[in-house]
Design a protein around this ligand. Structure first.
Ligand code: 5GP
Length: 204
């Protein structure tokens, strides 16, 4: 059986990832999503176990100690981590899995899973990023300013990714991600075994 593909998707807060993912999973329900374990308080409208498992700092530190996380990061005073077991299970079952992380998390995952394909979601402009971050209406100005600073730092590191998808029109951005997922099956980093297989059967 073919192994599943790992798609590591990052993009700053305000790049519209949540809306994009909702639409992607509506169109491709067979794709698995990695639910992160995080210590940030739940926002209005968030549901436990949907995108995140909201856990205590103590529980997070024990997961870390027990080597249950593929990667983790501290973001504005809270921990965010990717549980390892569901990712490994998806790969072994032949399912594609999408992991949402920040840019540091993406780097860490690629060190552990070099076949992972990385995608950066880019807001269409600075003006639109600012509008999206301020327009949420659920956070203080201080937090909005911190998120804007983090967002600009992350955008400066978009060059570290395999693909960049601009999230202006949502349907176009989802089309782009689906195209990346399907064409990545032909990418060199997912086909190394094939080359080794052919070369190891050469008759002298
Ligand atoms: P938010 O608080 O806005 O939901 O997320 C803050 C940041 O944490 C975003 O950049 C988001 O992509 C990132 N993030 C979400 N889950 C994870 C995770 O499991 N690991 C890491 N490293 N970052 C994550």
């Amino acid at each position: 059986m073919n192994k599943g593909g790992v798609f590591v998707v990052a993009g700053p807060s305000g790049s519209g990832k949540d809306t994009l993912f909702k639409e992607l999973f509506k169109r491709k329900p067979e794709i698995k999503f990695s639910i992160s374990s995080i210590t940030r308080p739940m926002r209005v409208g968030e549901v436990e176990g949907e995108k995140y498992n909201f856990i205590t700092r103590e529980k997070f530190l024990s997961m870390l100690e027990n080597d249950e996380l593929l990667e983790y990061n501290e973001y504005i005073g809270n921990y965010y981590g990717t549980p390892k077991a569901p990712v490994i299970a998806a790969i072994e079952n032949g399912d594609d899995i999408l992991i949402e992380v920040d840019v540091n998390g993406a780097k860490e995952i690629c060190q552990k899973l070099p076949e992972a394909i990385t995608v950066f979601i880019m807001p269409p402009s600075y003006k639109e990023l600012k509008r999206r971050l301020s327009g949420r209406g659920t956070e203080t100005q201080d937090l909005i300013d911190k998120r804007m600073k983090e967002a600009l730092n992350e955008i400066a590191r978009a060059t570290e990714f395999d693909y960049i998808v601009v999230n202006d029109d949502i349907q176009t951005a989802v089309d782009d991600i689906i195209e990346v997922m399907s064409s990545s099956r032909l990418a060199l980093k997912r086909q190394k075994n094939l080359i080794d297989g052919v070369l190891s059967n050469v008759e002298s």
